[in-house]
Write a protein that binds this ligand. Structure first.
Ligand SMILES: *Cc1c(COP(=O)(O)O)cnc(C)c1O
Length: 372
């Protein structure tokens, strides 16, 4: 096919160029005052984020991986506790469990690519302390079922909500279901900053007090040291940028859901694909961090799209957590193994146009029209 289309999977310079003047003004304003660490902008952003999520507290941290570790530690995860995670997640989820001193136990993901509640109970042992689902792709897992199992077995619940700012189940925000969670502001995330950044979310005042200490050398707001702590703070410049972006965030969600709707409508007749939950779902309000499909002949489709100027991505380089044998995982999860041979993410970002979406869908249709 002869085309000069170039539709990248993600366009990093766009994150700055699309609002260069506004961002330069924010950065200049903070930098001229020398307000680099833990200043008013961080305070404001934490308050606004907590209020957006209808939750007690948000604590800015250096990145979501640190945030998840702090959430687990502040939420009383201890040495050698077992924490059940979904195998379809970023390595970060397991890394956080590991550096909190505990053991990550991956289980299968379900048909929604989210933790499968039916696979939890068989993974529970005498050492299990918590269930830690990932709200993957900007979708919320079946938190009602997960909370029910947690209560039955007296387990804590934490969420990896790195990808899911603004997603909801039955009107409640992802990241607010358990003891604590973390959200990522990595540039390519639904709400990205211009570098690394994250926030821990909790409704529990005792957990909040510990989080504040854990991110700042164990010091509380009076400067008194109460415990061993790390240094992982959200930069004030990033907080200022994020506070500005939070103000426009509902437009971002609206557009992402619109794109998902276009893909769903255009591709639902392609029998060789399995598409994400549609934006019209009654129970779940998804924000589509990613538009992750399952595809027959996945690798050929990826190549064909590439040849026609369309960038796609296989999440986590195609490796599920339990497949990292070099990190000591021994679980056998055949459903996830199969699933990971079929997953592919289509372009889902704020600068793709409807005309480009139409083109991407046309290429996919043409690929499958040639395949029996
Ligand atoms: C991006 C991501 C993280 C890590 O976030 P950082 O801010 O880069 O540390 C953790 N979990 C999931 C599911 C992610 O997508």
């Amino acid at each position: 096919m002869n085309t000069n289309k170039n539709i990248p999977f993600f366009d990093y310079p766009y994150l700055f160029k699309s609002e260069e003047n506004e961002l330069l003004e924010i950065i200049t304003n903070v930098a001229r005052r020398g307000a680099f660490i833990a200043q008013k902008e961080l305070d404001d952003f934490e308050k606004n984020l907590a209020s957006y999520l209808n939750v007690g507290f948000a604590v800015g941290v250096g990145n979501a991986t640190d945030g998840l570790e702090l959430a687990l530690r502040a939420g009383s995860i201890e040495q050698d506790d077992e924490v059940i995670i979904c195998s379809h997640t970023m390595l970060a989820t397991a890394v956080a469990v590991h550096f909190a001193g505990a053991i990550a136990v991956p289980i299968d993901s379900g048909v929604n690519h989210l933790m499968d509640p039916d696979k939890i109970e068989s993974a529970i042992t005498g050492k299990t302390k918590a269930i830690f689902p990932t709200q993957i792709n900007g979708c919320t897992a079946e938190m009602d079922a997960i909370l029910f199992i947690a209560e039955k077995h007296n387990l804590l619940v934490f969420e990896d909500a790195a990808q899911a700012l603004g997603a909801k189940m039955n009107g409640q925000y992802a990241g607010t279901f358990g003891a604590a969670s973390a959200i990522s502001f990595y540039p390519a995330k639904v709400m990205g900053c211009l570098g690394d950044g994250g926030a821990v979310i909790t409704d529990d005042a005792a957990i909040y007090d510990k989080l504040v200490m854990l991110r700042d050398f164990g010091r509380n707001t009076n400067g008194d040291v109460g415990m061993w702590g790390r240094n992982t703070r959200l930069d004030n410049i990033q907080a200022a940028i994020l506070d500005y972006r939070l103000g426009n965030y509902k437009d971002v969600i609206k557009r992402r859901r619109e794109i998902a709707g276009i893909y769903n409508e255009r591709l639902s007749h392609v029998k060789k694909l399995v598409l994400p939950r549609p934006p019209g779902d009654k129970k779940y309000f998804d924000v589509y961090q990613n538009y992750e499909i399952e595809a027959d002949n996945r690798d050929e489709l990826k190549q064909y799209l590439e040849k026609n100027g369309v960038g796609t991505l296989i999440q986590w380089d195609g490796i599920a957590i339990h497949q990292y044998k070099q990190l000591g995982f021994t679980q056998n999860l055949p459903f996830t193994d199969k699933l990971f041979e079929r997953l592919l993410m289509l372009p889902m970002n704020m600068n793709i146009t409807n005309e480009e979406l139409d083109y991407v869908c046309g290429i996919i249709e043409s690929f499958y029209s040639k395949i029996k």
